[in-house]
Design a binder for this molecule. Structure first.
Ligand SMILES: Cc1cc2nc3c(=O)[nH]c(=O)nc-3n(C[C@H](O)[C@H](O)[C@H](O)COP(=O)(O)O)c2cc1C
Length: 210
């Protein structure tokens, strides 16, 4: 089994990376391979609402940039780990630009993330972290994904790169998350061929207009 981790921070070796790597270490020790993709230092524009992903249903975004590689990596993985720094009480802009596009494509091309395991972590200096965790989890919960939990919300604290290494509680939360994610992934894998997935319904889309 394989987990793809996405780091939205512009800092390759910052606190988000530390949180992600702490989760990944536990996954690896449970026999799950991991890949870390650093997107936060790339130019990623947001969704254009062009609707091409829904027209073509070919699993790609019409904007020709590296996001399509990362989207393909997520679709091919059994689990996804998202990490973002907290910027103004939410996730950072690059991460949001990428996730809006990735999950738009996933939904438009046969619910590609459905029943994969997803976990999200954030790094903050002081506040807004719970909001950012909720924001990341929203991508999982609209995509019928399965979410492992930890012993507290998935947050590490620190300002300068590496400062979160001093957040013993935050790192423990990440270790517990990693082990719980591995266990959930093993359960899902064990069920394959024994317990059929729940039937997928066609989506009903209603808009609240008069
Ligand atoms: C533009 C910007 C906005 C930020 N906003 C917040 C914030 O709302 N709350 C907070 O606690 N920290 C905030 N921070 C601090 C970062 O979340 C913190 O330094 C974090 O550890 C960075 O993670 P990284 O090292 O992975 O980039 C902000 C930092 C930047 C650059």
């Amino acid at each position: 089994m394989r987990v793809v981790a996405i780091n939205g921070s512009p800092k390759k070796d910052g606190n988000t990376a530390l949180a992600l790597q702490t989760v990944m270490k536990e996954l690896e020790s449970e026999g799950i391979s991991t890949e870390l993709i650093h997107i936060g230092n790339k130019a990623v524009r947001g969704c254009l609402a062009c609707g091409r992903c829904a027209e073509t249903k070919n699993g790609t975004c019409a904007i020709p940039d590296a996001a399509n590689e990362w989207i393909a990596a997520m679709f091919a993985a059994d689990g996804v780990l998202l990490g973002s720094p907290v910027y103004y009480s939410g996730i950072n802009g690059t991460m949001k630009s990428f996730l809006d596009r990735a999950f738009c494509v996933a939904g438009a091309s046969g619910r590609k993330m459905r029943l994969k395991v997803g976990a999200a972590v954030v790094a903050a200096r002081r506040s807004g972290a719970s909001t950012a965790v909720d924001q990341l989890n929203k991508y999982f919960t609209i995509a019928e994904m399965l979410m492992p939990c930890s012993s507290y919300w998935n947050i590490v604290h620190g300002r300068a790169p590496g400062e979160a290494a001093g957040d013993a509680e935050g790192l423990q939360i990440m270790r517990v998350l990693g082990r719980n994610m591995a266990w959930l992934m093993k359960l899902v894998d064990f069920g394959k061929g024994h317990i059929p997935p729940p039937p997928m319904e066609d989506r009903i889309l209603t808009s609240f207009i008069r």
